[in-house]
Design a protein. Structure first.
Length: 368
């Protein structure tokens, strides 16, 4: 796997949000400049593009060496390999398709890489965050279990995901791999998963529990503060909101893990309140479903552990394979009878993970 801390190349980065764009530069896995934050002007294409050019020019002017590339996350839908941004709900100026990547190549004369924030978040945590930290904790516990796959999900304005396997992000044939937000919701039949897994949905659940209009509902940070006693509000409504949110998230993650068989790391603004929903989410993942004959089975072939809980973390690290005898001989073989995965929260912080993911993706792409 690429060691970003030893690389001396500089990559300019951007964190593209619906209301603002934040520009920076990374070298050797560390930020080189003070971030430049500018309004996105997402409803006016010319002003938005001018903002992007101005931001990157402002970063370049602060660098002592020429940057090797530009790499950043941008909302989809998009043709990321081609650098073309599609019809964005939060940035309506881009509707119809805008070749942002080629325009930046023409302007700055260096390679430009654009990707989904979920993919870059997962890559950053796989290289320098949750994945290596989990591997170290297993090693310290004397476990020989190896972890090499990571599903990263972002919980915020939307619900995003990315998968890294063997140090490489899985992008799919169309750059649309792991678009978890549009999978079917189990909690709300007929709706996409994101309908129950976003900042707005958490506020809506609170409003429904409290019997108030949604425009009067607190945001996720305030809902968390209500539960912790730092803000006034309806505590029962907050508990109910997180309970529904945990069910929706647990169902989606269980579906995903059945395909990825991986660790799961959670990021985004809502993850800051993980103590209010992660236990229930993991319990939902470990639930049971019925077969066609009516028998109950564990819904996943693996068992999930909440690695933010010390007791579960210890059990995870101390789960061992066992030896079984080979019939007709004196030999024994190791049998991994207990299949387990861990679920935890971002080690790096979401913005840092995305930036490091963007940096690593650019360097790997240039080398390839």
């Amino acid at each position: 796997m690429l060691d970003i801390n030893l690389d001396k190349r500089t990559v300019m980065t951007m964190d593209a949000g619906g209301t603002s764009f934040v520009f920076s530069a990374v070298c050797g896995g560390k930020a080189l400049v003070e971030p430049i934050s500018l309004p996105s002007n997402g409803d006016h294409l010319e002003r938005c593009l001018a903002t992007i050019f101005t931001g990157f020019e402002g970063v370049r002017d602060q660098l002592s060496d020429n940057p090797a590339a530009i790499s950043f996350a941008f909302p989809g839908p998009a043709d990321y390999p081609a650098g073309v941004i599609g019809d964005l709900p939060n940035l309506p100026a881009f509707r119809g398709g805008v070749p942002l990547g080629p325009m930046l190549v023409d302007c700055f004369g260096i390679p430009v890489f654009i990707n989904n924030d979920g993919d870059l978040f997962a890559l950053g945590e796989a290289i320098a965050g949750f994945l290596p930290e989990t591997a170290r904790s297993l090693e310290l516990a004397g476990s020989k279990r190896k972890v090499d796959n990571l599903l990263g999900v972002t919980l915020g304005t939307g619900f995003g995901a990315g998968l890294v396997s063997g140090g490489r992000p899985y992008l799919g044939d169309n750059g649309a791999g792991m678009e978890i937000w549009s999978t079917r919701s189990h909690v709300f039949p007929g709706f996409i998963s994101e309908a129950g897994i976003s900042a707005r949905s958490l506020s809506r659940f609170y409003a429904e529990e409290a019997g108030i209009p949604i425009d009067q509902a607190p945001d996720p940070e305030q809902i968390s503060a209500i539960l912790e006693g730092f803000a006034d509000g309806d505590r029962e409504a907050a508990l109910g909101a997180y309970s529904t949110f945990a069910k929706a998230l647990g169902d989606s993650l269980a579906d995903a893990v059945c395909l990825t068989d991986s660790l799961v790391v959670v990021g985004g603004g809502i993850s800051r309140g993980h103590r209010h929903f992660l236990d229930a989410t993991v319990a939902r993942m470990n639930g049971r479903l019925k077969t066609g004959s009516g028998d109950e089975v564990q819904r996943m072939e693996v068992t999930a552990f909440n690695l933010e809980d010390q007791i579960q973390r210890t059990k995870f690290a101390n789960t061992r394979p066992r030896e079984i005898s080979v019939p007709g001989s004196n030999r024994k073989v190791v049998y991994n009878a207990e299949k387990i995965i861990g679920v935890g929260v971002s080690v790096l912080g979401t913005n840092t993970a995305v930036a490091l993911g963007a940096y690593a993706h650019a360097l790997a792409s240039i080398d390839h």
